[in-house]
Design a protein around this ligand. Structure first.
Ligand SMILES: Nc1ncnc2c1ncn2[C@@H]1O[C@H](COP(=O)(O)OP(=O)(O)OP(=O)(O)O)[C@@H](O)[C@H]1O
Ligand SMILES: [Mg+2]
Length: 398
């Protein structure tokens, strides 16, 4: 049998004693504890283990109604049922005040003991039903969290499978394209060499063929790294060096767009084991995207067109990471773009400005490094990409 505990708060020991007698004689599944003042009562409640409160309204200092108010203002004890005990002359106004303060019921002195017992039973029934409801609530919340997590995992899995099959396909297509494109470039060069002299138009057109073919070669190069065919060695590297070399390659773009760059990457961060070229490529993609986003928001010069590149170590359930963050206050990313932006060839940019490979290539590279590429974005207000790479704790790593 589960024993319930009732707290009786009354400054008169005789009243407490009478209630104790009634409970002991008629409610075998109840025990009583008491407090002589509101202060003492609140302290006892906060210790836990109480199932309901019988509260005398007339007490010196803090009265029963005020104590009830204080109980209801404290989330740890607010849920406990309260019966107020009033004198027989209690006015309707006092009762209204008691109900407003959060009391569940009233008992009037002199007390009818069978009414006292009945009301205690009802109070305990309410308490137990509420407990059950709370347990069910906790269970349901955990269940919902579980479902949400497994849904997220399913989406992640689908995403990585999609990228993997796209990778295989892209690798195959890239190989097929590479040779004929090289042939086209060679022939265009031959045209210039053989017939170009004295024919400016022909030279110009053949030159355009070479230029456009070079664009194709660049895309094929991206595709090949996307399909992970690039055989680069892993080595220990300082993030600050990688950042420096990536930024030196994008500086002209940044200058052209009149963007301010803040870099905060310390020299004495833990080393990371990576393929430097690839991480540099990821960073360049992120910075280029940030420039484009700022360009959309600020077509003319603005002091707010700023990119922040920062690095710091972080630790979470999944391990220790070096987090490289590229933050812009550009146009931000709409949810429907966010869903698809890692897909190969997905771009929102005009045809000759974006191939839509930057993020999918970056994702492939980061996954291969057992890292994470995460994004936080506020449409209209900017974007933060976090590139997390595992910290190398092996010999020489730190
Ligand atoms: N920092 C950013 N702010 C706003 N949108 C972004 C940002 N980064 C990426 N995007 C969105 O994600 C899309 C895909 O980016 P991704 O880098 O893969 O391709 P792209 O920049 O369009 O083309 P590419 O990088 O191949 O030249 C972009 O077209 C853009 O809509
Ligand atoms: Mg891009």
């Amino acid at each position: 049998m589960e024993i319930s505990t009732i707290l009786v708060v009354d400054d008169k020991p005789r009243n407490v004693h009478v209630i104790d007698q009634v409970i002991a004689a008629h409610l075998p599944d109840c025990r009583m504890v008491s407090a002589g003042s509101a202060q003492e009562g609140l302290e006892r409640l906060r210790k836990g283990d109480i199932d309901g409160v019988l509260l005398d309204v007339q007490m010196p200092d803090v009265d029963g109604i005020e104590m009830c108010r204080r109980m209801k203002a404290d989330p740890s004890i607010a849920h406990l049922p309260v019966i107020l005990i009033t004198g027989h002359e209690a006015s309707a106004q006092l009762k209204t005040e008691g109900l407003d303060a959060g009391a569940d019921d009233f008992l009037t002195r002199p007390m009818d003991y069978s009414e006292l017992m009945a009301k205690i039973r009802v109070m305990l029934r309410i308490k137990h039903s509420e407990d059950q409801l709370r347990d069910t609530n906790v269970y349901l919340k955990a269940l919902i969290a579980d479902i949400t997590e497994s849904k997220k995992m399913e989406i992640r899995l689908r995403q990585s499978q999609k990228l993997e099959s796209m990778g295989t396909l892209a690798g195959g297509v890239a190989h097929e394209i590479n040779n004929p494109v090289n042939g086209i470039m060679n022939y265009a060069q031959l045209i210039i060499d053989k017939f170009g002299e004295g024919n400016a138009t022909l030279s110009e057109f053949a030159g355009e063929i070479i230029k456009e073919s070079e664009r194709v070669v660049a895309i094929v190069h991206d595709l090949l790294s996307f399909s992970r065919e690039e055989g680069q060695a892993y080595s220990l590297a300082r993030l600050c060096d990688i950042v420096e070399s990536a930024l030196s390659l994008t500086r002209s773009l940044i200058r052209r767009d009149q963007i301010t760059l803040h870099v905060d990457v310390s020299e004495d961060l833990p080393l990371i084991r990576c393929r430097k070229q690839q991480i540099r490529q990821v960073l360049m993609n992120l910075v280029t995207n940030a420039c484009d986003a700022l360009e959309v928001r600020y077509p003319n010069y603005s002091a707010d067109a700023v990119i922040n590149v920062t690095a710091r170590p972080i630790r979470d359930d999944e391990g220790e990471w070096m987090r490289l963050t590229v933050e812009d206050h550009g146009c931000g990313i709409e949810p429907e773009v966010k869903e698809r932006m890692f897909d190969p060839f997905f771009t929102t940019k005009p045809k000759d400005e974006g191939t839509g490979l930057g993020l999918s290539v970056s994702h492939g590279i980061v996954t291969e490094h057992e890292g994470r590429l995460r994004v936080e974005s506020e449409p209209g207000d900017g974007t933060r990409f976090h590139l997390d790479l595992p910290v190398d704790r092996s010999e020489g790593g730190v």
